[in-house]
Design a protein around this ligand. Structure first.
Ligand code: AMP
Length: 197
């Protein structure tokens, strides 16, 4: 991975592939800021902001929040940064978002460094998401309203239709590499690091 002052990593992969967990670890190791749009939106919902009230039904349904909202949110986040050293988790999710991100990064002189794609078979994904909900409940934690089987299936469908085209978008630019996302956390993390060299 480039050692320049800027470093932009985009984690791609379907819901339940483990992007959040792996991105968190990579962020700590490399001194990058993780930007998880799902976490940011859920935080707005919890705080009951105008944005939170607007997006809650969308998150509950498992469909996508409008591009303009996400793009404005990311523009604000990046505007404060002296050096753009970030890992995106859950953004971009549409071609329009990817194009807007490219424009923003060009303005900032911070090109995309790497796009790991975490690959996990469909049948494993929904099981993982439902299990994540169960485990959070068992720990007495708040359960994500979209970690139910029905909404999880909808989120996979939305991923296939709207986010999968980004695989071609980024592989065409030479940034994408595929990572087998099945295995232990350390094992998968090792593969991500190997691909980044
Ligand atoms: P996640 O935590 O990444 O699975 O995101 C949870 C939910 O937040 C998604 O199902 C969407 O409703 C919304 N969301 C998160 N990121 C985006 C994005 N980049 N574009 C549109 N909607 C998003």
């Amino acid at each position: 991975m480039t050692q320049s002052k800027h470093n932009v990593v985009i984690f791609l992969g379907p819901p339940g592939a483990g992007k959040g967990t792996q991105a968190e670890r990579l962020a700590q190791d490399k001194g990058l800021v993780k930007i998880s749009t799902g976490d940011i939106l859920r935080d707005h919902v919890v705080r009951g902001t105008d944005l939170g009230q607007q997006v809650k039904p969308i998150l509950d349904a498992g469909t996508l929040v409008p591009d303009e909202i996400l793009i404005a949110l990311i523009r604000d986040k990046l505007a404060d940064m002296e050096h753009v050293r970030v890992i995106f988790d859950g953004f971009p999710r549409t071609t329009a978002q990817a194009q807007a991100l490219d424009m923003l990064l060009e303005e900032l002189g911070a090109p995309v460094s790497a796009v790991p794609l975490l690959e996990v078979p469909d049948e494993v994904l929904v099981g993982r998401i439902v299990e994540r909900g169960r485990q959070a409940a068992a720990r007495g934690e708040a359960v994500r309203s979209d970690d139910t089987e029905e909404v999880a299936r909808r989120r996979q469908q939305v991923y296939r239709e709207q986010t999968q085209p980004l695989i071609d978008y980024y592989s065409g630019r030479g940034h994408l590499y595929r990572v087998d996302g099945v295995g232990g956390l350390d094992e998968v993390y090792g593969r991500i690091q190997t691909g980044m060299k």
